[in-house]
Write a protein that binds this ligand. Sequence first.
Ligand code: C5P
Length: 314
Amino acid sequence: MRSYSLIAPAKINLYLEILGDRPDGYHELVMVMQSVDLADRVDLRSNSTETMRVHCDHPLVPNDTSNLAYRAAYLMSQQFPQAFAQLGAVDITIHKQIPVGAGLAGGSTNAAAVLMGLNLLWELGLTQPEIQELGAQLGSDVPFCVAGGTALATGRGEKLDTLPDLDKLHVVLAKYRSLSVSTPWAYQTYRQQFESSYLRETTAQVNRRREVHSGAMLSAIAHRDSTQIGQLLHNDLEKVVLPHHPKVAELQKRFRESQPLGTMMSGSGPTVFALTHTQAEAQQLSDQMRSAIADPDLELWVAQFSHCGIHIAQ
Ligand code: C5P
């Protein structure tokens, strides 16, 4: 095969707790990640040159070496020089559906697709854990994006424990088009404000991780208790992003008025999501938001939980 088209799903965080600092400057996290079927398509085509090229039609996505998808391709060329020399570089075309700078891992899932795609194109035969290990060099969310589904993510976010597939709940995603949040900014601001509450000792972090592991959210997931899952949504980064962006807090307040299963900001935001049992409820909620907030800058999507990570387009 000289080309592959891959589907690269977005993720939401059902749970995000910041435990403390790490020696590498990142934060020690406990997260529950969930794939949704809002997805980009990433096309890889051999270009018979030595130059990896990336193209995306979205104005906010760079078409240069700073694009995480490009960096994924470059990493593969460095790791597998023989395959690169024999089979050459690729043109990467990203068809964007996932909003950018949104807390939905759009960049990470594109990078994950490039790793998976080059593994196929160059017939490297890498296992999923091997691809995830490479992904961790690119970004904390990339390993999750490779596998998708529902997972507990610890460490920087790169250590994954697969959780049972949930029923395919429906989700409404809301984001102001012109608003994006820088992930480093969100974590730095959190550190400035909450560092005094960080767990300093490794044992305290290990114990807290264990508590979350045997705690209410994981139990609700094990029992596929959607009502409980909705009530237990949690994201520490809301504490810094919502006060800084009152419009985002307002989205959550509006969602709450319609009593969905639950509502929360995803990752470092500013996307806010709400969960419902059915597609009809999600569509109705989206329509209600559209009429409640008459701002053309507001974008809404109706999606569904997905059990898939990166996969080949049909
Ligand atoms: O790993 P990734 O490149 O996606 O992280 C983006 C930024 O988010 C990091 O530069 C860091 O500032 C912050 N971050 C963090 N702790 C994590 C993950 C991300 O502080 N576990």
